[in-house]
Design a protein around this ligand. Structure first.
Ligand code: NAD
Length: 320
């Protein structure tokens, strides 16, 4: 296959590029490097002719032209605004998600691309009652944030493109994805922040009382689902999560277990508008993608802690 990954220089996109190259596919990455970096793609770039990088804004008309020119079999839309940009400039976040998708679809139509796979997000469910968890895809989605609303409406455009132009789609609703690739980020998720703090002996900073829950999914598992969606799960919205809610306090306790000593906790005010609880039921993904989460949280936390500790030791050597 020839695949194009928009947002492929980011945390998940770069891992996906590596996986698809290893499977023998030709990979084109489109990214404006506003959040991701070429360093994330160092290995992919070493793989030679099967990989090409295009620095381009997914919302630009030139993006449609590029897709039309490259004629990929499958397009992945993983471009997304950094969390700080989502908060500071919601219209730009919506633009990258929705206008970016329309640019990709425009190009896909001209190129007779077979399928578009969209990285959607748990935020499209909005606030769920405890009885609704883990969320199943048949639940009414009631997103409250511009980000969640944009991710949900992207599915409408995908469904219309399927109906009118025969472009297949899968929209994967990703839960909170974590992995060593986030350690280099200046805006890492909570798991990577905890790993860095634990490895450097700093307190773990918890926003709110720590009882809020997230569904933490290891990046290899997320990438496995995305790669399967290139061939399967067409016309569907599919949850990609573990189905298991983990409280932030429990996550902190798991890092303390990995370090094998108690860790200091620093409490910070809760973020306004933060969702209280989420977990995604992955049963549909098992049926339609043959996918199930593979990495237990304990193993993922240990991998991240070890990577953070290695990084810390390397920094110590540089400063010594
Ligand atoms: N990481 C998670 O926990 C998570 C959870 C749910 C959904 N998602 C979704 O998965 C996708 C990938 O997430 P990630 O964690 O890898 O994020 P990331 O920020 O690491 O990667 C996003 C990439 O998109 C690129 N980008 C941003 N604006 C662009 C533009 N206008 N044109 C071209 N490229 C642009 C950035 O440079 C970056 O490389 C995003 O769409 C995100 O919303 C992520």
């Amino acid at each position: 296959m020839r695949v194009l990954i928009a947002g492929g220089a980011g945390f998940i996109g770069a891992e996906l590029a590596g996986r698809l190259l290893a499977e023998g596919h030709a990979v084109e990455v489109v990214d404006d490097l506003s959040g991701g970096s070429l360093a994330n793609l160092a290995e992919a770039r070493r793989s030679g002719g099967a990989f090409r990088f295009h620095q381009l804004d997914v919302t630009a008309r030139a993006c449609s032209d590029l897709v039309a020119h490259l004629r990929p079999d499958v397009v992945f839309h993983l471009a997304g605004a950094r969390p700080s940009l989502c908060r500071a400039d919601p219209p730009r976040d919506v633009e990258i998600t929705v206008v970016g998708l329309l640019r990709l679809l425009e190009g896909a139509r001209a190129a007779s691309t077979r399928k578009v796979v969209m990285a959607s997000s748990w935020t499209c469910y909005g606030e769920l009652a405890p009885a609704e968890l883990p969320a199943h895809e048949h639940l009414a989605m009631r997103p409250l944030s511009p980000h969640g609303i944009a991710k949900r409406s992207a599915v409408e455009y995908l469904a219309a493109a399927r109906e009118r132009h025969g472009i297949e789609f899968s929209a994967l609703v990703l839960s909170s994805v974590y992995g060593p690739g986030q350690l280099a980020s200046d805006e890492p998720g909570c798991v990577a922040r905890f790993a860095r703090a634990a490895a450097s002996g700093r307190p773990l900073r918890i926003e709110g009382d720590g009882s809020q829950t997230r569904d933490f999914l290891y990046v290899d598992d997320a990438v496995d689902a995305l790669s399967r969606a290139a061939e399967r799960g067409s016309g569907l919205v599919l949850n990609v999560g573990t189905g298991r809610p983990t409280a932030i306090n429990e996550l902190a306790a798991r890092f303390a277990a990995a370090v094998a000593s108690p860790l200091a906790i620093e409490r910070a005010p809760a973020r306004p508008d933060e969702s209280a609880h989420i977990a995604l039921d992955p049963a549909r993904a098992l049926i339609h993608l043959g996918w199930r989460p593979f990495t237990p949280l304990e193993a993922g936390v240990a991998a991240l802690f070890e990577a953070a500790a290695r990084e810390q030791a390397a920094m110590g050597e540089v400063h010594a």
